[in-house]
Ligand binder design. Sequence first.
Ligand code: 13P
Length: 251
Amino acid sequence: MKKLLMAANWKMYKSVEEGVATARELVSLLDKLPEDREVLVCPSFIMMHSVCPILAQKAGCYAGAQNFYPAAQGAFTGEVAPEQLMGLGCTHALAGHSERRHVLGEMDELIGRKVAFGLDAGLKMILCIGETIVERRLGQIEEVLARQLESGLAGVLSTATAQNLAVAYEPVWAIGTGEVAGPDEILAAHAFVRATLTSLLPKEGAQIRILYGGSVKPDNAATIIRLDNVDGVLVGGASLKADSFSQIVLA
Ligand code: 13P
């Protein structure tokens, strides 16, 4: 059975002490984590060392990186390698998050290399995709999502499985704005992502989890996770407090 993946992206928030306190509180609030859910927390690199062991205390809870550089090691100033992260207990990673695409200037080709390198290194990868408001208004949603999926998965068409890959649909206009996509918008985008995944990966595409992200809160999470082709959520702002993220996880 496909488990829901309930993921937190803490972005560039929290000191180490705050991250540790939030992770501890979260693990205790999730004492009765339902069998059908997994929890992933993606903290800043600086606290990975302290947060991983706390999450590891709870079955079904995992730590993920928000980013990494696709090389085993080397002269890449300011970057972090998958092996370094996995050595701390990190099991998952995001690639192609909207802020990396639109603020840090990451292009499709680099994102595709990250997905392939991360999978090969042994990380479970979450490829993030989503259209901007301008692309939506121009009627380019499907074109954008297809391009991001095709380039993001180009190097893993024979190696990606439902166990090691997930896709997060995060419409850029819904991230951090409080403007959540409506059920019809989520249904349409996720159906398109599902169809594209099954055409790119005929064996695994139907089982690969598709998460929704963008202004997910405790009061809309239950509706969102019950929509067709929604297999979890990726939460920013509302994941920073253990109390609100635990309400989302248990929604
Ligand atoms: P918000 O939940 O703050 O809209 O952020 C979504 C996001 O970017 C998760 O990766």
